[in-house]
Ligand binder design. Structure first.
Ligand SMILES: [Zn+2]
Length: 307
């Protein structure tokens, strides 16, 4: 009985998950896929199950695996991202580049971020934080975006890239992960329904809460999500003056220098050659017109000494 009440409440929570998103935005093909309304299907399933008097938990577990649904709410994403942001900021493992001492670096990245967000296909443009943090570590060629839009960029990747279109492409890719809620979607699949229900009903009191936040840092996205974020990257840059396949430049460099040094992204993401091809073909497919890579102004920023 207790589980049954949980289940009913879960329907309410689940069906309200996506409603808070702005529906008045340009739909892109990926949104359409994600926007499929599962609530009807869940209701039918619930009625059928109750009628038959079946064991709820097993069937729900099976159903959960069958369809891809995010058991976390958008607010959960934001809460988790904030928590992760706080942890990184208070941890001695990370050296945060000061915004006050390095205003030009932050202003520069802020402007790129604004251009990406102006694209019109973000559902959480005004809801998420989209907060930028630069992490001081020249050996880490990486960037990531936590749920809720907390963007982290290592100085290592800023120094590795050759032009602004590449950085815009990488940022758009990472922002795509947050916008598409890949972190919590992947966790929904990985952790299963038990942990989700515990999290949904006990929130921060959930015994798994810390575990889930910790999991975000070591999270490896599935190939499908990487592909989706690559599609986001081209899509978000398509109506800007940037070469919309800018992220390809990053992977081209990796392929060229493969073996020369350890690149974290290379070992965790799908085959870079395949991704390069996809970036170029998607740009063509979407008929993106941008041609700029702004290598000059990128050089100026790269030359700044980070304090
Ligand atoms: Zn990615």
């Amino acid at each position: 009985m207790r589980f049954f009440i949980y289940l009913l409440t879960a329907f309410v929570v689940l069906s309200s998950c996506e409603e808070s998103a702005n529906s008045n935005v340009k739909e892109d093909p990926i949104s359409k896929r994600e926007n499929k309304d599962w609530s009807k299907e869940f209701k039918e399933f619930k009625d059928r199950t109750i009628k038959k008097g079946q064991k709820l938990s097993d069937e729900l577990k099976k159903k959960w695996k069958e369809i891809e649904i995010n058991g976390f709410s958008v607010e959960d994403d934001m809460k988790m991202g904030q928590q992760l942001y706080d942890e990184i900021n208070s941890s001695t493992d990370y050296k945060i580049v000061s915004k006050i001492e390095n205003p030009k670096v932050y202003e520069y990245i802020e402007n790129i971020k604004k251009t990406i967000l102006a694209n019109g296909s973000f559902r959480y443009k005004d809801k998420y934080e989209w907060k930028i943090t630069v992490l001081n570590n020249d050996n880490t060629i990486n960037a990531f975006c936590a749920p809720g839009g907390y963007i982290f960029i290592y100085t290592g990747i800023l120094k590795y890239l050759d032009n602004e279109a590449e950085l815009a492409g990488v940022l758009a890719h990472e922002m795509g992960h947050a916008e598409r809620r890949h972190g919590t979607r992947q966790m929904s699949k990985a952790y299963g329904i038990k942990i989700l229900l515990d999290f949904i009903f006990r929130g921060e009191n959930s015994q798994y809460f810390t575990q889930v936040i910790g999991g975000l840092l070591s999270l490896r996205y599935s190939r499908a999500y990487e592909r989706e974020a690559d599609e986001c990257s081209v899509n978000y840059l398509c109506n800007t003056s940037y070469q919309s396949d800018g992220a390809a430049g990053f992977f081209e460099k990796i392929v060229k220098e493969e073996g020369a040094r350890s690149v974290e992204l290379l070992s965790t993401h799908p085959d870079p050659s395949e991704r390069i091809k996809n970036f170029h073909s998607l740009k063509k497919e979407l008929n993106c017109k941008g041609t700029q890579n702004y290598s000059e102004r990128y050089r100026t920023i790269k030359m700044l000494r980070i304090k």
